[in-house]
Design a protein around this ligand. Structure first.
Ligand SMILES: [Cu+2]
Length: 484
């Protein structure tokens, strides 16, 4: 394993331009990769050794009449990801994943971010409508020892958002090493819905990892990552009551998709996606999620007896790992007055599009969108505030040969500032995979999607990019300026 990986890295560094950030042997951020090559093998996979923790809620440091103020120190920490091993990670406030910020529509959140790490950072609130200067643009970095205060107005409906790193060329490694945390925005509508709440509203932050036998968390290609984490722990178990739960599922992987289904094939109810609630709930039996995507689901465990267990599995697991993602153990009964109503929200009408644009995403021979790598000084698109546009986005990669890893052939198209609706996938009307208000859409090899968005509510400089973060770090990103 060591020899093969070393050979790959040396070949990449000595050959043509390195495509993937983990192929860099020199430069900012690569020290962790280079030093980690000292150990040979990944730690063995031991499923269900950990109880699943819940990310801690961050407490405001102070309040004003209109705002909640928070302070986060980005710092290194030692955490137990795989049972019995300590791993050095990059954190928000010492926890892995970072602490959860709970926000309310109409009330501003102000976060002072202090960088005590050795690397540049930039904090992006994924899915939020924020002013450009608070969007965490790749060049608006916080240098080691520096700090920056971000303001989030929260003038948008309830949604499961997350904050994560976006520093130029470093976001993939920084997110992989731990710089991601949840931001749960609520509103009046959500509070009136009879959904499972309180201890029955649980985040599941799913991501892959490679932990070496000595505990080192190694940033490397997804096909070398055998570990699958939920809320920071390798393949945990979670004790539940025989009743309904709401799960906010995040794919926080830097570079891969996950498929999720229950081992016994049970259906669950999807109630939300990236931009908040669906208008009406939908029964699903499997989710396919690429990095950045969220799915809000309700699972009814009352179908099981106390003492039963059910495994959430990933049919997209590779041969070096295992299909189990986590296990739910039904350990007690509990009263349940929650239910999923037939109508969850109502979207504003979609204005008629007046602009069409085409995008082609490529990994080979270089990480590009429409043939160009990201240049922060080049404006790729100028869009007018309030204009509705239709974008046709094509993934031009060919499918992998059977049995070969294909994560690098998938793309995950993400827009900042606003949500979009998926109109079509491969010439057909969008199906249950592309419901609701989205900010990230998956594109398998050869896929084409049509999406529509209305640009606003702010003018300024924003981004669109692939949310396979190894791809965006390599340049699969464009600049869009919104003008009045
Ligand atoms: Cu991509």
């Amino acid at each position: 394993m060591l020899n093969r990986r070393n050979a790959l890295k040396v070949a990449a560094a000595g050959g043509a331009a390195a495509l993937f950030p983990w192929d860099r042997l020199t430069g900012a951020g690569s020290q962790a990769v280079a030093s980690s090559l000292a150990t040979a093998e990944a730690a063995p996979i031991v499923p269900f050794a950990h109880a699943m923790p819940l990310p801690k809620n961050l407490k405001p440091t102070s309040f004003t009449a209109t705002s909640d103020l928070y302070e986060i120190r980005m710092q290194e920490a030692q955490v137990e990801i795989v049972k019995g091993l300590m791993s050095k990670v990059r954190t928000y406030d010492g926890t892995f994943p970072g602490p959860t910020i709970r926000a309310t529509q109409g009330r501003e959140v102000v976060v002072r971010q202090i960088n005590e790490l050795q690397v540049n950072t930039a904090v992006h609130l994924h899915g939020a409508h924020v002013l450009s200067e608070h969007d965490g643009l790749p060049m608006d970095t916080i240098v080691p020892g520096g700090e920056r205060t971000y303001r989030y107005p929260n003038n948008q409906p309830a949604a499961s958002l997350w904050y994560h790193d976006h520093a130029h060329h470093l976001e993939a490694e920084n997110v992989f090493m731990g710089l991601h945390g949840l931001y749960l925005l609520t509103d009046h509508n959500e509070r009136t819905l009879p959904l499972p709440s309180g201890p029955y509203d649980v985040p599941l932050v799913i991501r892959d990892a490679r932990v070496e036998a000595d505990g080192t968390l190694l940033y490397t290609r997804p096909s070398d990552c055998p570990h699958m984490l939920v809320n920071g722990k390798e393949r945990p178990y979670f004790q539940v009551a025989a009743r309904k739960y709401r799960f906010r599922v995040y794919n926080a992987c830097a570079n891969r998709y996950v498929k999720l289904r229950f081992a016994d094939g049970i259906e669950f109810t999807q109630i939300g996606t990236d931009g908040g609630f669906l208008e009406t709930p939908v029964q699903q039996s499997e989710l396919l999620m690429l990095g950045g995507e969220r799915a809000d689901i309700v699972v009814d465990f009352s179908r099981y007896k106390v003492g039963d267990s059910v495994v959430l599995e990933n049919p997209g697991a590779q041969s070096i790992e295992r299909p189990e993602v986590m296990r739910f153990d039904i350990v007690r009964t509990a009263p349940d007055y929650s239910f999923v109503p037939g109508r969850l929200t109502t979207y504003p009408p979609q204005p008629t599009p007046t602009v069409e644009r085409d995008f082609e995403i490529r990994t080979f021979p270089a990480m590009t969108i429409n043939g160009q790598s990201y240049d922060p000084n080049r404006v790729d698109i100028t869009a007018k505030l309030g204009t509705t546009e239709v974008w046709t986005v094509r993934n031009v990669e060919a499918p992998a040969a059977p049995g070969k890893p294909d994560f690098h052939l998938w793309h995950s198209f993400h827009t900042h500032l606003t949500y979009f609706r998926v109109l079509e996938r491969n010439g057909k009307p969008a199906g249950t995979r592309d419901l609701g208000l989205k900010d990230t859409v998956t594109l398998g090899p050869g896929d084409t999607v049509k999406i529509a968005m209305t640009w606003g509510p702010y003018t300024g400089q924003y981004l669109y990019h692939c949310h396979q973060l190894g791809h965006s770090s390599g340049g699969q990103m464009g600049r869009i300026d919104i003008v009045a």
